[in-house]
Design a protein around this ligand. Structure first.
Ligand SMILES: Nc1ncnc2c1ncn2[C@@H]1O[C@H](COP(=O)(O)OP(=O)(O)OP(=O)(O)O)[C@@H](O)[C@H]1O
Ligand SMILES: CC(C)(CO)[C@@H](O)C(=O)[O-]
Ligand code: BAL
Length: 283
């Protein structure tokens, strides 16, 4: 695996790879776990070469968020990616990604606005800006993202469509199902922040979501099922529920009940100092 830190060397290295087959991009912020490695393996099934980016993107963190605390473990990440047969690791620093004078912001209306967009103002502008840059830097044939970040995936698909990004073609933005721990908790780099007690309690999140989904599918009103979900989370030790909503899976608009279009249960809740998100299909 080659690691590159400058745009010039990235472009040269990708051009060489492209001569012998399609290139898949897996964007990450590092602190890699089985969720990320699953994206790499899915990428390998679909392309000759996999490029992984690791960049902790300051523009997607709010002023009081965990940018400084975010885990950085480049040596371990490099070993993990090498073991997976990754072709290229793109690891720019902040000055390479956002050189002096950088002044552009990509802002996606609609799908960005509710849910995490409401509780993390500016977050999806930061995500759309950096992912737009990554697409143009690597010009991959396809790119893979986790369904764990369901709203992020919707924002990126909208941005790629709206900006006519040819690399990748919009159908080549692939969502990969959430990889979970044995007790159901979605794997996340931020799980590292959890104390042992909070880690145990956090399994209540997927469990409460499964109960709410069973109630919704059984015909319970969304208001009642979502209120029960919130009280289950509070009882388990989550002190804040940023949102717990039934939404249309594509538009992310709230729904009163699961209907004919695919629906999704989406939740963000805080335990200790950690904010966890999860989502699941309903019906
Ligand atoms: N459990 C998971 N299953 C599948 N994909 C995942 C999982 N966790 C993260 N991903 C995907 O990996 C990519 C990189 O995510 P990122 O580096 O932010 O990791 P993360 O574990 O989501 O971290 P965070 O704690 O910041 O949310 C994203 O496309 C994300 O959706
Ligand atoms: C897509 C992404 C790498 C952009 O910084 C990030 O939001 C993430 O890791 O999900
Ligand atoms: N996985 C989403 C990145 C973030 O929370 O900033």
């Amino acid at each position: 695996m080659q690691t590159v830190n400058t745009l010039g060397t990235l472009r040269e290295a990708v051009e060489i790879l492209r001569q012998s087959g399609p290139v898949a991009l897996v964007p990450t912020m590092g602190a890699l776990h089985e969720g990320h490695l699953t994206l790499v393996r899915e990428a390998q099934k679909r392309a000759a070469h996999v490029v992984v980016s690791i960049f902790v993107n300051p523009r997607q963190f709010g002023p009081n968020e965990d940018l400084d605390a975010y885990p950085r473990q480049m040596a371990q990440d490099t070993r993990l990616l090498e073991a997976e047969g990754t072709a290229l690791l793109w690891a720019p620093d902040v000055a390479e990604m956002y050189p002096e004078g950088f002044a552009t912001n990509v802002s996606v209306s609609g799908v960005s606005e509710g849910l995490c967009g409401a509780s993390r103002p500016g977050h999806f502008d930061g995500v759309a800006t950096v992912v737009g840059k990554l697409f143009n830097q690597v010009r991959p044939d396809l790119a893979l993202f986790g369904e764990k970040d369901w709203q992020q995936l919707a924002v990126i698909r909208r941005m790629a469509r709206d900006l006519d990004l040819t690399f990748p073609h919009v159908d080549a933005i692939i969502g990969v199902p959430t990889v979970r721990e044995a007790d159901g908790l979605a794997k996340s780099s931020r799980n590292q922040y959890l104390s042992p007690e909070d880690r145990q309690a956090a399994a209540a999140l997927p469990a409460a979501m499964h109960r709410a989904i069973a109630a919704l599918v059984g015909g319970e009103a969304a208001g009642t099922a979502l209120a029960a979900l919130q009280s289950d989370l509070r009882a388990a030790g989550f002190h804040t529920v940023d949102y717990a909503e039934l939404v249309d899976a594509a538009s992310l608009q709230p729904l009163a009940a699961p209907g004919t279009a695919p629906a999704r249960l989406v939740v963000a809740a805080r335990i200790g100092t950690t904010r966890l998100i999860d989502n699941m299909p309903v019906g």
